[in-house]
Structure formats: C-alpha cells, structure tokens
Ligand binder design. Structure first.
Ligand code: DCP
Ligand code: MG
Length: 618
C-alpha cells in the first residue's frame, strides 16, 4: 500500500460518471461510497470501457487547449484583453432587468405521480424504472446516492430497500397537462421545456396585480398543488438562465428569488459553480477548470482574456455572458424549425461513382423538402457512416443561404471529396441555420451584434450549432454531430427527418449538447445501435422518453443507457452462446445466485449480465 499512490489505491476517485453527479436531494450523500459502488459494479464492462474512452477524449481536448494556451505571448494576451473588455461592455449594455421570469420544476416528478397513485409508497425510497435504468428516484432514495439514469441494479446495491415502480408515461403526460393548465393562467406564452419544467414570463402578472415575483411564485406553487396534488419548486429571476439555476436551490417544494438588481445578480453569480449553468456539462466544466482554472461563473470574467484567446467568438460570448449573469429575457415569438435532413443507408461500398450518385439523390431530396417549406439554409452537414460503423460528420458554414439541389450538391461534394477514399454504408445531409423568413434578406448572418446574440434565443442557438467548443477547428469545416437522423441496417433505405424545437432560454445549452453528442458518437466507436436522435428536439427516438434542451447531462446519460442496452444485447447473445457450450460453467452456484438477484423487475436480460466483471464485495 505504501508504494502505491492514493490514486492507485482508490481508482474510483477519478471515475466520474454521470451517476456520481449530485442532483437535488443528494447533498449529504457519501460521494466516494457511490463512486466506489459504481466503479466496482461496472469495472471491466463495456460501459466502463466506453466511459474510459470518453475520458480519454476529454483529456485530449484539454491537452490541445493547454498547448494553445502555452503558445500565447504577453502581447497576445494584451490583445485578447482588449477584445474581452469590448465584449463585456457590449454584453453589459444588453442587460435587461425589467422582466420577471419564473422557472418551475416538478419535484421527483415521475416518482411523485406514482406516490399519488399509491400513497403507501410515501416516505419510502422509490425508483421509477427497472433494473436496466431508472428515470428518477424519490428524495428518500436520493439520500443513498440513487439518481435518474442510473442502472437499477446499481441503485439497489446503494439502497437495498429500494422499491421499483415501472414507468407509465400516460400518467405523467396527464399530470403534465394539468400543470400546463395552471401555467397558462400566469403566462399564455409559457415555454415548456419538458413534461415537468417550464419558463413563465410573469412581468405582466406582477405589474397588473401589484404582486412581487415571490408572491406570484408562492401562489403558482399553491395552484399547481391544488390542481395536481404534486409539489414543484420555483426560481424567480430577471432572466431564464438565472431562473433555472434558482429553481434548483430550494428543492423540493421550495422557491428562491433573485431580485432584479445588478448587484444582487453579480453577488449571486460570483460564487456559482459553472456546472450549475445549463449548457455547461462535464466536458466544458473540465476544460475550463483544467485549462484555465475556472470553477465559478465569476472566474469567467477574471480569465476573460484567455477565454477570448482560446475559444471561438460565440463560445467566448457565451462564457462571458455567464460571468455577467445574463440570459434570455424576451419571449420567443415563434417556434422555428431548426434543421431539415435526409439520409440513406445502403450496402457498404467504396465505389466513388456510386457514392456521388447517392449524394446527388440525397441533395435532390433535401432541396425539394426545403423548397416545399420555403427554407434557405447556410449550414450544411454531411453525415457518413463507414463500413466499420464509424460515424463522422463534416459541416460547412456558407457565405450565403442556399436551397437549390445544385448548390447543395456542390458543397456536399466538396465535403465528401475530402473524405475519399472511403467505404460507406450511409450518407446523410442536413441543413440548418435558416434564413429569417420575416426579413427575406440575404445579409451575412455572422454580422450579429452581441446584444442580438444575447436577446434572441434563435440567433445564438443557431450560431452555436456551428461551434466546436474547443476551437480546434478554426476553419469553416467543423466536426459536428447533432440531431441527424439515424437509420440502421445494411439494405438501402431512406430516412428523412425534420427537427423543430421550441425556443427557450436553454438554447445555449446546445453548446453542451453539441459537444456531448459528439462525445457519445465518438465514444460509441461505431456501434450503430447506440446512436439516438431527439425527435422534435426532445423525444428520444429509441424509447420515447422526453428530455429537452436543458437536460444535457441526462441526455448524455440516456444515450449511455441505450449504449449499455445495445451492448447488453450483444453480450447476452454471447451469454446465450456460452450457455449452450458451457453449461457446466453456468450452473455453478455463483452464477445461479447472480441470475436470481438480477431477474427481478427486469424487462430485458438484466444489464448486469455484462456489468458483473470484476465485482467485489463492498
Ligand atoms: N427523467 C428521465 N431520465 C432522466 C432524467 C429525468 O426519464 N435521465 C424524467 C423523470 C423525472 C422527470 O424526467 O421525474 C423530470 O426530471 P427532473 O430532472 O426534473 O427530475 P425529477 O423531477 O424527478 O426530480 P427533481 O426535479 O426534484 O430533481
Ligand atoms: Mg423535476
């Protein structure tokens, strides 16, 4: 033991999966114990390997940034300091303290609905879901470290008395509708970002009824309780970004008010960990911490020159706006379509004539779909799946908006040529960053002012789609993996999809989403089955679970869950094979015990069929 470093003795300490990330109600949890259980139960599994791959990917990104940072001279830093100061002045000028935004978030939503249905569950540690994955946990269960997106068998290890209830989405949708009935009375244009979360602009209610944000929040919580019998937590703040942070502070059944005062906002933000901000997920958090030592929102401002030096314009605008506590204040006028795409799967081929023929067909389909809806876009993404199932995306930001087949094909051809020679089984094209229909202009959309960027949800969200947060790709050609339709199989088939998303303050969260989607796809290492798309921007194409923008960490976990599921299926095929050929081995008392322990409540072959390697007594 003496000869080993602490890290070697306790490898779980550096094993940070989403399962060890604290949610509301997990404050007193013995984090190290949870880490150890998760580590021991997943060690040696494919899930574990995938986590390691993701870690390696983040490490690489961090090293790249560190190298870039090391090259900066004093002169460079002075130059970026000036840029940062100018940006901050412009951002500060966009500050709007005249609105009162409210963010509501139901408490332990699915679990609370189940308890309402079966009051004998009240006060007990409860998980909604099964052995493979749980969707949420009651606050009693959270004390043990049990949380959403955790495999049920790990949750049960952490909390042996955990009660499992299967999901019932009809029930949750019904209760969600009841809450929305209440929201409408306070803001007819409320923005629902999931079944259990919404943003309400209560500025008018406050002034018309002479109420403070605090009073409206209390009244709204009461009204929701009366309508549903469920509790929620509310945050009140001058903008949506802050309101969301605030709603988590006094969970469950609580509220937190941040006054419309610059001093109050700056004090609040000064010590706020960056991870609390929607859009800053694990990757971004680690990059900012390990490269720049940034851990709080205030640190963003203290390191503004380096932030501007190392990140793209839009990323640094985002980081600086976080440092200033700025967020969306205007209710988006419409719910705009975000992207349109089409893709085709076919028998793998490296024949370039065939590949370009397919590309031309896809460009034609995309163009015709766009023209039907009078769409003009300037961000074109080419998606490729190689014969070894590796998924790559390449994107180009164009100087003008296009929609004709010829223009799409010319740009798509350039992207594809850069990848040759290649053997492919899927090609897809996606167009995004649409022209503003109302303006009917072809102005260069990069000429946006910073205040436009802050105030308009759509402009910055679309802009972010093109950003690679690491600034590794400074050219127009960026790696991008997001919202592209997925199709499986090797026979030729076509899959078209259109995505539209409600505008919301969480749009900036796409920044995190975009990097996470890439993480997942890269980490999947070409496993065709683990890729998911978010239909309409928030519904999982694989299982129908709704996880809108703002659930970035959950989306990552959810994608991991499907990855685990597909690996499990692969693995169980091996297990079945083994069963036939190694009957003796499988009839050992040890394996019989294992099967019994994991069969309970499992819809599929239990996920621990592949998670058990290296399991130890804890
Ligand atoms: N959900 C899910 N999978 C996840 C996260 C959430 O299916 N990875 C579902 C179940 C939750 C609901 O969405 O009940 C709302 O998610 P929240 O993050 O708001 O979690 P809860 O409402 O359960 O708890 P709380 O908001 O009190 O932390
Ligand atoms: Mg909730």
């Amino acid at each position: 033991m003496d000869s080993k470093s602490e890290g070697e003795d306790r490898p779980w300490q550096s094993y940070h999966t989403a399962y060890t990330n604290a949610k509301a109600g997990m404050e007193g949890v013995d984090k190290e114990k949870v880490q150890k259980v998760v580590y021991e139960m997943s060690k040696g599994s494919k899930y574990f390997e995938n986590e390691q791959r993701k870690e390696a990917y983040i490490k690489q990104k961090i090293e790249n940034l560190q190298q870039q940072r090391a090259k900066l001279t004093d002169k460079d830093i002075a130059h970026f300091q000036k840029i940062a100061e100018k940006k901050i002045v412009e951002l500060e000028a966009s500050r709007d303290l005249t609105k009162t935004w409210l963010h509501t978030d139901m408490d332990a939503f699915y679990a609370a609905v189940e308890i309402l249905d079966n009051p004998s569950l009240k006060g007990k540690p409860l998980a909604v879901g099964g052995m493979s994955m749980i969707c949420t946990a009651s606050y009693e269960a959270r004390k043990f470290g049990v949380r959403a997106a955790m495999p049920g068998f790990i949750a049960r290890k952490l909390c042996p008395d955990l009660i499992f209830v299967p999901t019932n989405f009809d029930k949750y949708t019904h209760f969600s509708e009841l809450t929305r009935k209440v929201f409408r009375q306070y803001d007819p244009n409320f923005i629902a970002t999931s079944l259990d979360e919404a943003y309400l602009n209560v500025t008018d209610v406050c002034s018309e009824r002479g109420l403070s944000g605090e009073e409206v929040a209390a009244e709204l919580r009461g009204a929701i309780y009366d309508e549903t019998g469920l509790t929620c937590s509310v945050g009140v703040a001058p903008n949506r970004m802050l309101a969301k942070v605030c709603s988590d502070i006094n969970k469950p059944n609580g509220q937190f008010i941040l006054l419309n005062d610059r001093g109050a906002v700056m004090t609040f933000i000064s010590s706020l960990p960056i991870r609390k901000i929607g859009g800053i997920g694990k990757v971004t958090e680690h990059m900012l911490r390990d490269v720049l030592g940034i851990t709080t929102c205030d640190d963003m401002l203290k390191n503004s020159a380096l932030v501007c030096a190392l990140f793209s314009d839009l990323s640094s605008d985002f980081f600086l706006s976080v440092g200033l506590g700025l967020g969306g204040t205007h209710t988006p006028e419409n719910r705009m379509r975000k992207s349109i795409s089409t893709e085709r799967t076919f028998t793998a081929t490296s024949d370039t004539t065939l590949l370009f023929q397919k590309l031309a067909d896809i460009a034609e389909t995309l163009s015709s779909d766009m023209q039907k809806e009078n769409l003009w876009g300037r961000n074109l993404t080419l998606k490729l799946k190689t014969s070894s199932f590796e998924v790559k995306t390449r994107a180009v930001s164009l100087q003008k908006y296009i929609s004709s087949k010829e223009e799409i094909l010319t740009n798509a051809t350039n992207l594809l040529k850069a990848e040759l020679p290649v053997s492919l089984r899927l090609i897809g094209l996606r167009m995004s960053q649409f022209r503003d229909e109302d303006k009917h202009t072809l102005v260069d959309p990069t000429q946006k002012t910073l205040s436009e960027f802050i105030l308009s949800g759509s402009s910055h969200s679309k802009a972010y789609e093109n950003q690679d947060i690491s600034s590794e790709n400074s050219s127009d050609y960026l790696l991008e993996d997001k919202n592209l339709c997925e199709s499986d199989g090797t026979r030729e088939k076509e899959h078209r999809c259109v995505t539209s998303e409600p505008e919301s303050s969480s749009k900036r969260e796409e920044l995190g989403d975009s990097s996470s989607a890439k993480d997942i796809n890269e980490a999947c290492g070409g496993n065709a089955n683990c890729e998911i798309q978010w239909v309409d921007g928030y519904i999982c194409s694989k299982c129908g679970i709704e996880l809108p923008l703002g659930f970035e960490e959950e989306r990552r976990e959810h994608a991991d869950y499907h990855l685990a599921q597909s690996l499990q299926q692969e693995e169980s095929a091996h297990v079945a094979h083994d069963k036939v050929y190694h009957k003796l081995e499988h009839s050992s008392p040890k394996s019989r015990k294992k099967q019994k322990a994991s069969s309970q409540g499992a819809k599929f072959i239990p996920i621990d069929a592949f998670f058990t390697k290296g399991k130890k007594n804890l």
